[in-house]
Design a protein around this ligand. Structure first.
Ligand code: UD1
Length: 330
């Protein structure tokens, strides 16, 4: 089955491509390469360098490749940037996303898996967070994803376009082969930053806040391996093929680790101490974000294979050691 993958040259999208191929799907990537990397797309997978803002070009891709389903990863993800430039986030994540949906409607493509986020919840009232927890995003990034989920529900009611939104908690790690991994510019995520310090690419880690109401005062997150996220997309696609209704699922391991615990795990993986200093809180960071993901396990049959923090960090380390400049070095 032909599957169009928007943002397939990005971090999560590129890992999903490998699983799609292994599962016998025939992916085609649409990516404007503004954030993604052509080198992250496996050999033999067509890559259309097209922006989702370009309705005419998108129409040509749909006409040429005739996909039967879409996996939608293209979008901006950096929370701090979303606060500075909400216009860019709403335009790219909502307006351009709708251009993709309209192409789907025009070409009668009825199944979509959408890359959503834990940021739709905002500051949690209960932990672990269930899917029906109130949604009150604290930044434009989370708002853009939440609003797109609402749009998806309306497109189902009006046009019969069924979708599954997957709300990732903290995506981390890299493919165990060491061939693809995380390459953001600028990098803002905790694990790659810690490992860049270990590699001497940065002087030290700044720990954003040590006065949170957590066991050691630092923020707690639910780190989930990118290959486990990838596997969930294949399961979601299969569920849609079997007629599953529009739905949304959390993807996390249900276990939280503090910034200091992640640092300690990284020190074990790299075998040396990693310099860190305390810094002020980063605006908009909730103290604790941990997923309740029993629904994904029960309804999609999702079973994370790399739930262990050590493994998550180890795979990220393998990638960074062999690709210190990301894809730029190849
Ligand atoms: C955020 C979003 C998430 C989004 C992800 C992708 C929220 C609540 N979460 O995750 O939805 O998918 O970005 O961009 O909006 N930290 C440090 N020092 C650093 C970097 C990070 O102490 O140099 C801390 C942060 O304060 C945080 C934790 O490490 O507590 C993880 O941070 P990060 O990797 O940036 O992810 P989130 O902000 O949790």
């Amino acid at each position: 089955m032909r599957v169009l993958v928007s943002g397939g040259a990005g971090y999560v999208g590129s890992h999903v491509l490998l699983d799609l191929i292994a599962a016998g799907y025939d992916p085609i990537v649409v990516d404007d390469l503004s954030k993604g990397h052509a080198a992250a797309v496996p050999q033999g997978v067509p890559l259309a360098q097209v922006s989702l803002a370009d309705a005419a070009a998108l129409d040509r891709v749909f006409a040429q490749y005739k996909p039967q389903a879409v996996l939608h990863f293209a979008g901006f993800t950096e929370v701090g940037e979303s606060v500075k430039f909400p216009d860019r986030f709403f335009r790219n994540n909502i307006s351009n996303g709708m251009t993709l949906l309209d192409a789907m409607v025009a070409h009668e493509v009825k199944m979509l898996v959408f890359s959503s986020t834990a940021a739709v919840y905002g500051e949690p009232q209960t932990v672990p967070i269930p899917e029906d927890h109130p949604k009150s995003p604290t930044n434009p990034y989370g708002e853009s994803k939440l609003f797109f989920e609402k749009i998806l529900a309306r497109y189902d009611a009006a046009y019969g376009l069924r979708s599954i939104s997957l709300r990732y908690f903290n995506a981390a790690g890299a493919h165990p082969s060491g061939t693809i991994g995380e390459d953001h510019n600028p990098e803002t995520h905790l694990i790659p930053i810690i490992l860049q310090v270990a590699l001497g690419m940065r002087e030290q880690l700044a720990i954003f806040g040590t006065d949170y109401p957590t066991m050691d005062g630092t923020c707690v997150r639910d780190y989930v391996h990118v290959c486990d996220l990838a596997a969930a997309h294949i399961l979601a696609l299969r569920a849609l093929e079997k007629g599953a209704p529009t739905d949304a699922f959390n993807l996390g391991n249900g276990q939280g680790f503090s910034v200091k615990e992640v640092l300690a795990a990284a020190e074990k993986v790299v075998g040396k101490s990693i310099p860190a200093q305390t810094a002020p809180r980063r605006a908009g960071d909730p103290a604790v974000l941990v997923a309740g993901s029993t629904r994904a396990r029960e309804l999609l049959g999702w079973q994370p294979r790399y739930a262990d923090l050590h493994t998550i960090v180890e795979t990220a380390w393998r990638w960074l050691q062999t690709h210190p400049a990301g894809y730029g070095e190849e």
